[in-house]
Design a protein around this ligand. Structure first.
Ligand SMILES: Cc1ncc(COP(=O)(O)O)c(C=O)c1O
Length: 451
């Protein structure tokens, strides 16, 4: 192959989203504008970034085409992809809409760079693919979103990657679970669906302590799934975590129209992640990147501020009802981990932002009784409620209800669910933009008729 120059340093770099001059402006304002002078695409005649709808890109010479490819012409070991090229060849290698979105997501999470994927699960599996190999181990919190649990139990072991489950709030158990092969500490906070909080800084400290004894090649990484909180409520990278993964399908998209996922992490990881994405192929389509860029991210703050206020009112209502065994919402005074939640769940202005999701259980003496009541209540709401929809997903402007034990977390056996703290009667409620009074009205109707 002829030797091809990669050209000037200007584009031979991973993105530096957080260090541009826009950093003088409030983070919420930057969610709207991102990087207005992005080298990714000159759209200075548009107010809104145009939708790029082209699977392949016109090239004026083979030399230019080869320049675009040479960026990826490396093995996974030498990690020299140097993407962010202004040469677009083919959507799977790179395309402007998702790259602008990535710059903005890096700003939102206060990270160095971001890479998007088709879904949240594609992002989580890509992070595992990049960081882990045969013989390496993950230590994961014992409750995770059902499909992440399924990925970790059904698929990773086939590649000889071992997963050890442990309660991350039990420091001694966590220490015991870490072996010399542990490459990744993985958790969600708040945890889906139980709303437990995990102290991010404590987990980071554990990893740092181990890494002090390890060579760079054997470093252990930390990753947080920030889907429940979104960067509006919590920015784990600021607390020292190496990687954030999240489903863009949820609070960041917000309107329930598109799927997507993202990994946000250190600059050094960018080349490997986009090389992995090119070869495994889970790229975010431009047609999904665009609404998230144009509607989702810019409206995140205003939606979440309102949804959090409503979630607080709904949680207080449910908590007072005698037919409810318990409600878990970090904004409640009764929330067991409120001090920790207050410390790490803060919006860009440092205000406590407990999120938009609540978890509650109808009263019942036995797990079976609670399960039965939860099913009845959710089924009643599914057909009789105007403001609450029975549907999985969350972070939507419409209030969504679901029953994790039989739906999102059904990949975990019933016995394991009980052992890991997922109550068979647990109901997950993701609060939308409806008036709090209307959501409460519909919940009250269900409680009166059913419980
Ligand atoms: C916490 C969490 N992480 C990841 C995902 C997966 O996201 P996606 O559906 O976009 O693949 C979900 C989906 O519900 C989730 O709740």
């Amino acid at each position: 192959m002829p030797k091809i120059s990669l050209g000037k340093k200007k584009w031979n770099k991973a993105p530096q989203a957080t260090k541009q001059r826009t950093s003088n402006y409030a983070a919420e304002t930057r969610l709207i504008y991102g990087q207005p002078f992005t080298p990714v695409w000159d759209y200075s005649h548009h107010v809104v970034p145009p939708l790029s709808s082209s699977a392949t890109f016109r090239l004026d010479s083979t030399k230019r085409g080869a320049k675009g490819f040479v960026e990826f012409a490396h093995t996974a070991e030498d990690f020299q992809v140097h993407s962010k090229a202004p040469i677009y060849i083919y959507d799977r290698l790179g395309e402007p809409n998702k790259e602008i979105l990535e710059e903005n997501l890096a700003i939102a999470e206060q990270g160095e760079c971001a890479a998007t994927f088709t879904t949240g699960m594609a992002a989580i599996s890509a992070l595992c693919g990049v960081l882990l190999g045969s013989g390496s181990e993950i230590v994961a919190h014992h409750v995770l979103y059902g499909c992440t649990y399924s990925l970790f139990t059904n698929w990773l072991p086939r590649y000889k990657i071992k997963v050890t489950w442990v309660d991350f709030n039990d420091a001694k158990a966590l220490e015991r679970a870490i072996s010399p092969h542990t490459k990744l500490l993985y958790f969600e906070t708040p945890v889906n669906p139980t709303m437990e909080i995990i102290d991010i800084q404590k987990i980071v400290a554990v990893a740092r302590k181990h890494n002090a004894q390890r060579s760079k090649a054997h470093r252990m990484y930390t990753a947080v799934d920030n889907t429940f909180a979104t960067p509006f409520c919590q920015r784990p990278l600021e607390l020292g975590v190496d990687f954030v993964v999240e489903s863009l399908t949820k609070g960041i998209c917000g309107f329930g129209t598109d799927m997507g996922g993202v990994i946000i992490g250190p600059r050094w990881s960018y080349d490997q992640i986009v090389l992995y994405r090119k070869d495994f192929g889970g790229v975010l389509p431009a047609k999904s990147a665009w609404p998230i860029l144009v509607y989702g991210l810019p409206s995140l703050a205003v939606r979440f501020r309102q949804q959090i206020e409503t979630a607080q009112k709904v949680a207080e209502f449910l908590e007072k009802d005698k037919r409810i065994q318990f409600v878990r919402y970090p904004g409640l005074d009764s929330f067991e981990q409120r001090t920790l939640a207050k410390k790490q769940m803060q919006n860009y202005d440092g205000e406590f932002s407990p999120g938009t999701i609540l978890y509650f259980v109808p009263k019942g003496k036995t797990p079976d009784e609670r399960h039965r009541k939860a099913e009845k209540m959710v089924n009643f709401i599914a057909t009789k409620s105007y403001t609450i929809t029975l549907a999985v997903s969350l972070g939507n402007i419409r209030t969504l209800i679901e029953h994790p034990a039989s739906m999102t977390h059904s990949s975990i056996t019933a016995e394991e669910q009980l052992r890991r703290g997922i109550d068979p009667g647990g109901i997950r409620l993701s609060i939308g933009l409806e008036k709090a009074e209307d959501i409460i009205h519909d919940l009250k109707k269900a409680l009166e008729k059913i419980l």
